[in-house]
Ligand binder design. Structure first.
Ligand SMILES: [Zn+2]
Length: 587
């Protein structure tokens, strides 16, 4: 789909880039720019900057940059068309009439099917046959309001209710299978993936349904596992979603703290009781990707897990991933046999808040749960406990905090800190790391704009911002006047861009150029560059002079080389001509 320029301008003008980016990155204002942790590379200190006035972002760490449209393209994997349509929708700008079939895009079709399925499940919960599901939800203390906010539904006890419903709406079975809604039968045809289950949709941060989790309603053990999730699809990757994030994100940004719980019901109950920063890693071990999602939104995570051994194991795993991303992590203690869901309903939100405030840091939490307790252990068993604790602490990527934790462990175990450090070193070399060890650092590679000579950067910046500079310099300079390889590519793109139409459209250059050029443009424009015409004039002249000087120098060098050749070849005539040229040049 092609949009005309005035429509694109309208969309860009109505878009606030800070609003577009902030559901993904916690941005803080510093000077005229906003800063946060880059969503495109792994980092602990913010180098991702957003300039609201210019509508641009740039990462000083990995060199990505662009505007709101390219952010949606690079971050959400949208096409240009999807990104524009998306921003237009947010701004309430009606889309121009389409000249193609609606929903021809693959992901769009899957999204539409998932949305229709979610509606179908919601309707069924309210409809006849849904009473059992409603009774069950009420039994667990859920209100209709919560069910509505989280779009909870019920999949009827049927092999093809959803399939038939969606086929009537013209969805293709192939797409439904791809979306994880139906499964293929061996003899051909399909059947519903979710049957007689309470349905919890996974909703992305933009409010779109991307997959489902279904809890079995019947107690019949042959009916399958208690919980099933959508399979991995182009839209749904279990390890990258957090249940409840869409509903929690506002509160996460405000409270700077997340409550990480185990299951969907925990999330639902906590939100219902006003604890709206609860999220869960439903149905999968907590991953580093999930830790990174939280790290960009909050500083601190409270882990709320069941006190049983499976719950503890999950808590430790989550702890390792979270401190590995530099987050501050504390453990809220839940009494044996309780989970957040039952507890908040029994104690009420106030008492529950109190438990959150009393959350323990890693060392006391570990020691309180040690069985047998430290006092009852001999040397061998004490060492084992120390090693288990070190095994956790070593994932902490905050060096200072790790040192302080070591001090604390030394105190509690009556050990020298030096011994603990030695123990830590032993662990580093002997044990495979608990977290996934693949190296994700610098996956995009740093784009080395900073090696660009300052003059050259100045020149490109001037060309980007001053019409006069483009008129006067683009014709005069050649790509060879730029030494940095990126500078040259950028210069060529500038020439192409201005040759095609009426002057430079910076947004078009950003949206359609290759991503390195996008990053370069964003980098150049991070600095405020309001140059007066007079100043621009002066700089243009400087550049022209500089270029002239360099050209003359090159010319002279070429001439000297030719003179030398002619001399060696004994070509007197040529030599005389060249020498004359050389003298004229120096006059
Ligand atoms: Zn980055």
């Amino acid at each position: 789909m092609r949009f005309d320029e005035s429509f694109l301008d309208q969309v860009r003008g109505a878009t606030d880039i800070v609003e577009v980016i902030s559901p993904y990155v916690k941005l803080k204002k510093k000077g005229q720019n906003w800063f946060g942790l880059c969503p495109f590379h792994n980092e602990k200190t913010p180098s991702f900057s957003v300039n609201r006035e210019r509508g641009m972002y740039y990462c000083f760490g990995c060199g990505v940059g662009g505007n709101a449209i390219t952010f949606l393209m690079e971050h959400d994997g949208m096409s240009f068309t999807q990104a524009v349509e998306d921003l237009a929708k947010r701004a309430g700008i009606p889309l121009p009439k389409r000249d193609r079939e609606p929903g021809t895009d693959d992901r769009d079709r899957l999204r539409a099917a998932l949305e229709e399925a979610a509606r179908f499940f919601e309707e069924n919960l309210k409809g006849p046959g849904g009473e059992r599901a409603v009774t069950y939800l009420k039994g667990r203390g859920m209100t209709g309001q919560t069910a509505k906010a989280f779009r909870i539904g019920w999949a009827p006890d049927s092999w093809d209710a959803l399939l038939n419903h969606l086929k009537k709406k013209d969805f293709k079975e192939k797409d439904l299978e791809k979306a994880g809604l139906v499964k293929a039968r061996e003899g051909g045809g399909h059947y519903d993936a979710f049957r007689d289950r309470i349905i919890f949709p996974f909703i992305d941060r933009r409010g779109r349904v991307i997959g489902f989790s279904g809890r079995l309603l019947s107690d019949d053990e042959d009916a399958g596992p208690k919980y099933i999730n959508s399979p991995e699809t182009p839209l749904f990757q279990k390890g990258k979603v957090l249940y409840g994030l869409h509903q929690a994100v506002k509160h996460l940004l405000k409270s700077e703290q997340a409550l990480l719980v185990e299951g969907q019901f925990d999330v639902l109950t906590l939100h219902q009781e006003g604890l709206k920063s609860a999220v869960a890693a439903s149905g999968t071990a907590f991953t580093e990707e999930q830790a990174r999602i939280l790290q960009r939104l909050v500083d601190r995570v409270v882990l709320l897990f069941d006190a049983d051994s499976a719950g503890l194991k999950a808590a430790w795993r989550s702890y390792a991933s979270l401190v590995g991303e530099g987050l501050d992590v504390v453990f809220a203690v839940l009494p044996e046999g309780e989970d957040p869901d039952t507890l908040v309903r029994e104690e009420g939100p106030e008492a529950f808040q109190e438990r959150l405030r009393a959350a323990q840091s890693v060392v006391p939490f570990f020691l309180d749960r040690l069985d047998p307790p430290l006092e009852d252990r001999g040397a061998h068993d004490r060492a084992e406990a120390a090693r288990d604790l070190l095994e956790m602490v070593r994932h902490d990527s905050d060096g200072l905090r790790r040192a302080m934790t070591l001090q604390e462990i030394a105190g509690r175990f009556g050990l020298e800190e030096a011994d603990l450090r030695r123990g830590l070193e032993e662990l580093e070399t002997s044990r495979p790391t608990f977290r996934d060890s693949e190296d994700r650092g610098g996956q995009r590679g740093t784009r080395d704009f900073r090696s660009m000579p300052a003059r050259e950067a100045d020149l490109l910046r001037l060309l980007l911002t001053s019409t006069t500079a483009r008129e006067r310099l683009l014709g005069e300079l050649g790509p060879e006047d730029l030494q940095h390889p990126m500078g040259e590519a950028f210069f060529k793109a500038l020439i192409k861009e201005t040759a095609e139409g009426e002057g430079l459209d910076l947004d078009r250059l950003l949206e359609q150029g290759p991503s390195e050029l996008r990053g370069l443009a964003a980098w150049l424009l991070q600095e405020e560059v309001t140059v007066s015409e007079e100043e621009a004039e002066q700089r243009i002249e400087e550049f022209q002079n500089a270029v002239d000087t360099r050209r003359r120098k090159q010319e002279r060098r070429r001439l000297r080389e030719s003179i030398e050749q002619a001399r060696l070849a004994g070509d007197e005539a040529t030599l005389a001509r060249l020498l004359k040229e050389y003298q004229e040049m120096h006059r």
